[in-house]
Write a protein that binds this ligand. Sequence first.
Ligand code: NDP
Ligand code: OXD
Length: 311
Amino acid sequence: MLTLLFASPANWDEYREVLPGALEAAGIRAQIFTLENQPAPDQVDYLIYAPSSPLQDFTPFTRAKAVLSLWAGVERIVGNTTLTQPLCRMVDPWLTEGMVEWVVGHTLRHHLGMDRHIVNPDHVWDPASPPLARDRRVAVLGLGALGLACARALQGLNFAVSGWSRTAKDIAGLPTAHGADGLRATLAAAEIVILLLPKTPETENTLDAAALAAMPKGAVILNPGRGALIDDAALLAALDAGQIGHATLDVFRVEPLPKDHPFWSHPGVTVTPHIAADTRPASAARVLVENIRRGEAGEPLLNLVDRARGY
Ligand code: NDP
Ligand code: OXD
């Protein structure tokens, strides 16, 4: 019988409904504890964890074989020096579906110029039609679980998609670039730029003043990655100058976005409240359980975080 510690009080109500069934379906016998009802730390086999948890000291969990994060982004936990156990981040098929829907929806909004027709108080009859997706150049920065799924979905609609990542890639049918030089070229050729990078010291301010200036005039930015990927002041200046046509932002340096932040009132910014893609307990529970099964079978864990890389 395994001992699991579900160390994310905010999520327990939804996972208590699905986690026991997922364990049973995988034939895993386990007792699930919470922070209110903790076992001796040295008896815990696996921690299921969210970075918002009050638990921040992993030292006493001497037997734990892994810490399984409920979040995809691990920047708040990756530097925790007490965390010596393997750390797995969340790659959840339904979270990915949610991200694809958010990205496709907001890409189509800007591609089709939907705002002109949704908000048209003067009843202007302007029959100008948008280009086809095949003529719209879209760049996805970050080609991991989420970025690649979004790139493929946009290609499925015929958008002219290219991608950028840290390491070189050879992805059938998808032009890609990497590294600093690759970024400039990718941005210069993109009318819509989608940020799906993790927050690391290297990715902070990926879109700084120089990068924003490298984009075609009037380009649109979608950021469902992390707020720190963009230099806020540089973005506001680029919006004011018309260099950037619009920014749809789901993530921010400070969340909730402070009420007096200029993003709220800027006409060139759409704010969504970090809802691009939630972890979905029903499918995430299966992912957690698969990793526990692997841990017990001595198989490699899925979605292991590389601490040195930071994601
Ligand atoms: P992955 O780890 O699977 O992919 C990360 C991608 O970013 C990889 O392609 C990686 O390159 C690339 N990358 C990392 N560092 C650099 C760099 N310095 N330069 C260029 N490319 C880089 O992450 P996911 O796709 O699962 O998630 C991405 C992010 O999305 C998460 O970290 C999180 O911040 C955010 N997120 C937001 C949500 C929301 O609701 N708004 C929900 C879930 C996640 P390489 O392939 O070469 O390693
Ligand atoms: C995550 C997120 O990292 O919701 O999972 O942003």
